[in-house]
Design a protein around this ligand. Structure first.
Ligand SMILES: [Zn+2]
Length: 127
């Protein structure tokens, strides 16, 4: 990968990171908000649940984005963490924080039964 391609990805990832940080901070506010009113409390419980689910997803994504930025720094960006093959440019264009090539990602998704489990967990199990 060329230097200018790398800096393009870095740009995209940094923007994504900033946006996610913003979202995660806002959600933390909703997730801990308490209401003294019982009716509000029910409403809040639903909102909280949703906020926590989104927060979960966004924190995961944020972790992936940070990992990708770290890989840009240490020069391993664009290489599959599992099989060490190059990740396709098309895949990187769609998912700049991809840590795995499409084949390894599919295996990971399958082994998770389509759930939103963490890839770290999968890596530990696959090791
Ligand atoms: Zn791979």
């Amino acid at each position: 990968m060329t230097k200018s391609e790398l800096s393009k990805y870095k740009h995209v990832l940094e923007a994504e990171q900033a946006e996610l940080l913003h979202l995660v901070r806002n959600r933390e506010g909703i997730a801990i908000e308490k209401s003294p009113d019982a009716f509000d409390e029910v409403q809040h419980a639903t909102e909280r649940e949703l906020a926590i689910r989104n927060l979960d997803r966004e924190s995961n994504l944020l972790r992936n984005v940070r990992g990708a930025l770290r890989r840009i720094e240490d020069g391993s960006f664009g290489v599959c963490l599992h099989c060490e093959e190059d990740i396709g440019l098309k895949r990187l264009a769609a998912v700049p924080w991809a840590a795995f090539c499409i084949q390894c990602q599919e295996i990971a998704d399958r082994s998770q039964g389509g759930g939103a489990g963490s890839l770290d967990e999968w890596l530990v199990n696959a090791a």
